[in-house]
Design a binder for this molecule. Structure first.
Ligand code: 13P
Length: 249
């Protein structure tokens, strides 16, 4: 069965709640499609107004992060049940910015992935190498390690529903998109890694996105690649261009 594309925006730390509502009003006619799942991952405080603004559309609202404990003395964190209570179905886990600035590790990513599944939230699990790692030729070693640890204890049935986002760090926010060959090579490598951990059926089912300076121009050539099932889009998700990315065909 062909995998349905999933095209997600990662708003990062942008858009106040009132700006979020305006942006969704602008984008909702532009991102209409039956061909792809469309997800807007927004800052925590924007989630409720965004859900309200997206009601009755094909836009799903996701979170950008979540904690791995149920509740309690974790000042500033968001619990999984807080997300499911309002209808959030997706959460980005382990974005490179969270790994770099907020001390997330493969181990915390794994805990969050397990917790997301426990609550029926689909994790968008991020991985990706630095420029140094690419230049040293260790890209795939590094990514395999990220993926293998992220999926420790995750069942095949759960993994089939997961989303992995391959985001080379050197391509994020730099305007430097990976070439289609580079992106396909790594996404294909990730799928092989999933086949090794689980089996071919799981590898065939899991959806793998590319992220890193995706724009309306680069999206079509990326999204036709056999192992690229959509994109995780930063800057361009805040603009009408996102409509073109979603309707890339
Ligand atoms: P840009 O599309 O702005 O490069 O960001 C990519 C990203 O980090 C999405 O998670």
């Amino acid at each position: 069965m062909a995998r349905k594309k999933i095209i997600a925006g990662n708003w990062k730390m942008n858009m106040t709640p009132s700006e979020a509502v305006k942006l969704i009003e602008t984008l909702k006619p532009l991102v209409k499609t039956d061909d792809a799942d469309v997800v807007f991952c927004v800052p925590a405080i924007d989630i409720i107004p965004a859900l309200e603004a997206a009601k009755g559309t094909n836009i799903e609202i996701g979170a950008e992060n979540m904690y791995f404990e149920e509740k309690g003395a974790y000042t500033g964190e968001i619990a999984p049940a807080m997300l499911t209570d309002v209808g959030v179905k997706y959460v980005i886990i382990g974005h490179s910015e969270r790994r770099e600035y907020f001390a997330e590790t493969n181990e915390t990513v794994n805990k969050k992935v397990l917790k997301a599944f426990e609550h029926g939230i689909t994790p968008i699990v991020c991985c990706g190498e630095t420029l140094t790692q690419r230049e040293q030729g260790v890209t795939m070693d590094f990514i395999r390690q990220q993926v293998k640890i992220a999926f420790l204890g995750v069942t095949a049935e759960q993994a089939k529903t997961a989303v992995i986002a391959y985001e080379p760090i050197w391509a994020i926010g730099t305007g430097k998109t990976a070439t289609t060959e580079q992106a396909q090579e790594v996404c294909g490598g990730i799928r092989k890694c999933i086949a090794e951990i689980y089996d071919e059926a799981t590898a065939e089912a899991i959806r793998i996105q590319y992220g890193g300076s995706v724009n309306a121009k680069t999206a079509p050539e990326l999204f036709v690649q056999p192992d690229i099932d959509g994109g995780l889009v930063g800057g361009a998700a805040l603009k009408p261009d996102f409509g073109q990315i979603v309707n890339w065909k």
